[in-house]
Design a protein around this ligand. Structure first.
Ligand code: PAF
Length: 285
C-alpha cells in the first residue's frame, strides 16, 4: 500500500491509473477505522481496480464547540487495517495541504443541508461538501463509497454530484451494526460502559417504530411520540431530533409508507451526539 501525504502526488498517481484504463474507487474517511469502514473498503474493491482511502480529520466540518481536538486518531492502526483490506493507496494529507493560506472557496448544497443535522450543526455540511469536492478533484475516482448511517450527508453528496456534473458514481453502503444493534461509529469510543447501554436507545427506538408500523400504525405523530418515549426511558438521553422523512427528498411525512425513513440524533450526558436511522418498512435493525 502506498501512503501519500501530498495532494499533487496523489493526483499524479491517479492520472497514471487513468492512462492505464484502471478504475478508482474512493472511500473518504476521518480515520479511527471500525468494521463499518472496512466494509466500505471491501465494497470499493468490488467496484474498481484500485481502492483509495482518504484519511483526513476535516477541521472545517467541525463547529467551534465540537470535538475536533479530541476526535480519535491512530494513524498506524488505520494504516495496518487498510493494508490488510488490500487498499492500494492511503491518502492522508496535512491540513495545510488541503487548506493552504488564502483558501476561500466553499461548496454548498443549500436546502438539503439546512435541516436535521444541519440545523444543529450550522456550516457542517458546507465543510463536508467542500472537502469531498476537493477529494474528488485530487483522487479523480470513478466511484466513491459512503455509509448510510450519515443518511443526510449521503443525500447532500448525491445532490452535489448531480448538480455539479461531477461524474463520480456514489455507492451507498448499509449501516453496519454491533451485535446488539448499536450503529458503528468512531465516536462510540467516547462511550463509557453505562453510556454504551444508553446508546442502545437509538436502535431500540428504531426497532420499536418498525414494529408499530408493521402492525399498522402509519401516523407519524403517534410514531414520533412512542419513539421519543422509548429514547427518553434510557438515562442521560436528550433528543436533538426525531423525524420521519421521505428517504429520497428528506421532506417530513405525516403518513408513513414504504419510503419513510426514521432519522434521529440523540445526545448522551450532554456531550456525546449519536445519529442513527432506519427504514420503517424493514423489520429489525
Ligand atoms: O463521513 C465522514 O467521515 C466525513 O464526513 C467525510 C465524508 C470523510 C468528509 O470529511
Amino acid at each position: 500500500m502506498i501512503v501519500f501525504n501530498s495532494s499533487s502526488e496523489m493526483t499524479d498517481w491517479a492520472k497514471g491509473q487513468a492512462r492505464l484504463g484502471r478504475k478508482i474507487a474512493l472511500v473518504p474517511t476521518m480515520g479511527f477505522f471500525h468494521r463499518g469502514h472496512l466494509e466500505l473498503m471491501q465494497t470499493a474493491g468490488r467496484h474498481a481496480d484500485e481502492v483509495v482511502v482518504s484519511l483526513f480529520v476535516n477541521p472545517i466540518q467541525f463547529g467551534v464547540n465540537e470535538d475536533l481536538d479530541s476526535y480519535p486518531r491512530d494513524f498506524q492502526r488505520d494504516a495496518d487495517l487498510a493494508q490488510q483490506e488490500g487498499v492500494s493507496v492511503l491518502f492522508a494529507p496535512d491540513v495545510d495541504d488541503m487548506y493552504p493560506e488564502g483558501f476561500q472557496t466553499t461548496v454548498s448544497v443549500s436546502s438539503l443541508s439546512r435541516h436535521l443535522c444541519g440545523a444543529d450543526r450550522p456550516g457542517h455540511f458546507n465543510g463536508v461538501t467542500t472537502v469531498v469536492s476537493k477529494l474528488f478533484n485530487i483522487v479523480r475516482p470513478d466511484y466513491a463509497v459512503f455509509g448510510q448511517k450519515d443518511f443526510q450527508q449521503l443525500a447532500v453528496i448525491q445532490r452535489m454530484v448531480k448538480d455539479l456534473n461531477m461524474g463520480v458514481e456514489i455507492v451507498a453502503h448499509p449501516i453496519v451494526r454491533e451485535k446488539d444493534g448499536l450503529a458503528m461509529s468512531s465516536r462510540n469510543t467516547y462511550l463509557k460502559p453505562e453510556q454504551r447501554k444508553t446508546a442502545l436507545s437509538l436502535s431500540r427506538a428504531i426497532a420499536m417504530a418498525q414494529s408499530l408500523f408493521n402492525d399498522g400504525e402509519g401516523q407519524t405523530t403517534v410514531l414520533k411520540r412512542e419513539v421519543e418515549k422509548e429514547i427518553l426511558s434510557f438515562p442521560g438521553t436528550s433528543i436533538d431530533y426525531v423525524e420521519f422523512v421521505n428517504q429520497n427528498t428528506l421532506e417530513p411525512m405525516s403518513i408513513a409508507d414504504n419510503r419513510t425513513l426514521l432519522v434521529m440524533a440523540v445526545t448522551i450526558d450532554n456531550h456525546i451526539r449519536l445519529i442513527d436511522n432506519g427504514q420503517l418498512a424493514l423489520i429489525s435493525c
